[in-house]
Design a protein around this ligand. Sequence first.
Ligand code: HEC
Length: 173
Amino acid sequence: MDNRQFNTEPLWKMFMFIVNIFIAGVLLLFGYFVLEKPIQDYINQPSYSAEQLEEMTRNRAIQRSKERSENWDLVEKGIHLKTGLKADPNLQIVIGACTSCHSAKLITQNRATRSGWKNMIVWMQKTQGLGDLGYNEPIILDYLAKHYSPKEVGRRASLDPEAIEWYILNLDQ
Ligand code: HEC
């Protein structure tokens, strides 16, 4: 009977206080797990002096230009690796004139006669902003006609009737 007079409010408040602390603790723990890595990374990020940064930038630039100059004229099996164009003494003229707007693939995927290539160049000059090629034009046309002429494509060995093994189609089976 005495219990009914007992004031439970302080107990209740205490209980809620503990619950709140518990929730806050869980949130903190959660935040810690989520943020620990970014915070650690931020604290431990390497710091370089201006001179070190400059040197690193310079070394990277040297490294890159070395890679470029080692690879820019590599030729394998008659193919210039960088562009996929056929190797040729005049290749660099073609690269200089023909690869600034689009990939050399447009060339390697095409076949045409000398006049066909001339037409394509005229078309690009009329509609795509290709400039006058000057005295490089005949050099480029020679290159294109030599390496990317229609004859190069789909050429197969001519048939040798003697070599053909004829057989009789058996329809009974
Ligand atoms: C001023 C920029 C420019 C230059 C330089 C240039 N072209 Fe083009 N060329 C174009 C454009 C633009 C197209 C259309 C590309 C497309 O359709 O995606 C094109 C298309 C082509 C095509 C495809 C034509 C077709 O019928 O599909 C070939 C082949 C080609 N160029 C060859 C050359 C050759 C060879 C040279 C060097 C003489 C050259 N291009 C230089 C702009 C240029």
